[in-house]
Design a protein around this ligand. Structure first.
Ligand code: PRP
Ligand code: MN
Ligand code: MG
Length: 189
C-alpha cells in the first residue's frame, strides 16, 4: 500500500529539531514582548501547525487571528499582486501584531501584508517565520524571528504542502523531484 514517506527524498529538519527551535523562538519572543500582549496573525493555511506550537512556547497573553491570501500566480513568474480572501476578524489597531508564517520564499506575500497591516495603525508589526529561502527572494522582507534558513529545496511537512498534500508530516522533508515533475498541477515550484 502507498506510504507518503515514499515521496520524501530525505528529512531536512526532524520533529525534535523543530520542537527545540520552536521552544527557543517562544522564549525569545516572551523576553522581547515582556509586559505586552501579542496578537498573532497566522497566514492560512501553511502557518497553522507552527503557530499552534509557537503559541504554547510563549508565556504571555496571546490572541489569535487569521488571514488568507490568494496565490499571486500559478507559475514561477509572480506579479506580486496579493488578494485578501479572508481578512482579520478583530481590529489590529494599537495591538502588537506578530505575523506567523511557515515559509518566506519570494517574500511577495509578506511584503504586501506588512504594508497592509501597518495601515491599520497597530502598536507594532513583526514577522516570525519558521523557514526562510533567501535564494528565492524578490521583495524585501524584514524578518524579526526566523526558525531556519534553508536552500532552495522543495520542502513539505509541518504545515507545508505540495498540491495540498503532506502538511501533516511532523517533520520538514525534501520532496522527491519525481513527485512534482510528474504532477500535472501547476504549483509554485
Ligand atoms: C506559501 C507559504 C507562504 C507563501 C510564501 O503559501 O505558506 O504563505 O506561500 O511564498 P512567498 O514568500 O513567495 O510569497 P501558499 O500560497 O502555498 O498557501 P498555503 O499556505 O495554503 O499552502
Ligand atoms: Mn501560506
Ligand atoms: Mg502552499
Amino acid at each position: 500500500s502507498y506510504n507518503m514517506m515514499e515521496d520524501v527524498e530525505r528529512i531536512l529538519i526532524s520533529e525534535a529539531e523543530l520542537a527545540q527551535r520552536v521552544k527557543e523562538l517562544g522564549a525569545q519572543i516572551t523576553a522581547d514582548y515582556t509586559g505586552k500582549e501579542i496578537l498573532m496573525i497566522g497566514i492560512l493555511r501553511g502557518a497553522v501547525l507552527f503557530m499552534s506550537d509557537l503559541m504554547r512556547a510563549i508565556s504571555l497573553p496571546v490572541s489569535l487571528d487569521f488571514m488568507a491570501v490568494s496565490s499571486y500566480g500559478v507559475s514561477t513568474t509572480s506579479s506580486g499582486v496579493v488578494r485578501i480572501m479572508k481578512d482579520l476578524d478583530e481590529n489590529a489597531e494599537n495591538k502588537h501584531v506578530l505575523i506567523v508564517e511557515d515559509i518566506i520564499d519570494s517574500g511577495l506575500t509578506l511584503n504586501y501584508l506588512v504594508d497592509n497591516l501597518k495601515s491599520r495603525r497597530p502598536a507594532s508589526v513583526k514577522i516570525c517565520t519558521l523557514l526562510s529561502k533567501p535564494d528565492r527572494r524578490k521583495a524585501e522582507v524584514q524578518i524579526a524571528y526566523n526558525g531556519f534558513t534553508i536552500p532552495d529545496y522543495f520542502v513539505v511537512g509541518y504545515g507545508l504542502d505540495f498540491a495540498e498534500k503532506y502538511r501533516n508530516f511532523p517533520f520538514i522533508g525534501v520532496l522527491k523531484p519525481s513527485v512534482y515533475q510528474s504532477a500535472k498541477q501547476s504549483a509554485k515550484i
